[in-house]
Write a protein that binds this ligand. Structure first.
Ligand code: 13P
Length: 252
């Protein structure tokens, strides 16, 4: 059985104290509950070291939203995978569309970042997804396949066991437009078929594939009921405790 996951991507939101309060709220909500899914908070870097204490003994995991491709060195202002790991974080998001678009991160750079993060013992939530024009031109399968082939599919089988894939159609991110459950299922199935072609059936069946893009408590259950949708990567709705916890509870 593959792992189901609901992960919050706070993006560049929450100052130190509001972020800590949100993490404590999520922790307390799940204190006496055992959700079906793994619940992950991907906070800004400033919260990570504190989350180690705040989430100690809790089922909530945490991670970062980016890391540098080099192990260390003269890269002023950057954060390494080893630094993230040293805070007790388990995860890092790599290849979010906002990194691709605003910071020019291409498939080959994302592949380097992924390998560095894995080498440092982090699990990677690797994002892919087409922009609206690509869907309108009906090349969305091709685009996602290229992102995965160039960004991910030269990993070893062992490395692939520490990858979570997140399909986030860019036209659905922060827009209020959600992919329909059928559109999500169709792409997730396609991704799993490509995993199977490269890595065999076992890895394909065991890899968690998340949906992201305007996922909220009101549409989560329907999306998560699709056979190849194993949970969600949540942006805006992860900033509100009740909404985020309700999304995590929509996983069955
Ligand atoms: P929204 O949930 O705000 O659409 O963002 C999705 C996302 O980008 C998560 O990584």
């Amino acid at each position: 059985m593959r792992k189901k996951i609901v992960a919050g991507n706070w993006k560049m939101n929450m100052d130190y104290s509001t972020g800590i309060a949100l993490a404590e709220g999520i922790r307390d909500y799940f204190k006496n509950k055992v959700p079906v899914c793994e619940v992950i908070i991907c906070s800004p870097f400033i919260h990570l070291a504190s989350l180690q204490n705040i989430l100690k003994g809790s089922i909530i995991k945490y991670g970062a939203q980016n890391c540098h491709q080099e192990e260390s060195g003269a890269y002023t202002g950057e954060i390494s995978a080893g630094m993230i790991k040293s805070t007790g974080a388990e995860y890092v998001i790599i290849g979010h569309s906002e990194r691709r678009t605003y910071f020019g991160e291409d498939d080959s750079l994302l592949n380097r970042k992924t390998k560095t993060a894995l080498a440092r013992g982090l699990k990677v939530i690797f994002c892919c997804g087409e922009v609206l024009a690509e869907r309108e031109k009906e090349i969305h399968f091709e685009v996602v396949k290229r992102q995965l082939t160039d960004g991910l599919f030269n990993l070893t089988e062992e490395q692939m066991k520490n990858i979570v894939i997140a399909y986030e159609p860019v036209w659905a991110i922060g827009t209020g437009l959600t992919a329909s459950p059928a559109q999500a299922q169709e792409m997730h199935r396609f991704i799993r078929e490509n995993l199977e072609a490269g890595y065999g059936r076992k890895i394909a069946e065991e890899t968690t594939i998340l949906y992201g893009g305007s996922c909220k408590a009101s549409n989560a259950a329907e999306l998560f009921s699709m056979p190849d949708v194993d949970g969600g990567l949540i942006g805006g709705a992860s900033l509100k405790k009740d909404e985020f916890c309700a999304i995590a509870e929509a996983v069955h």
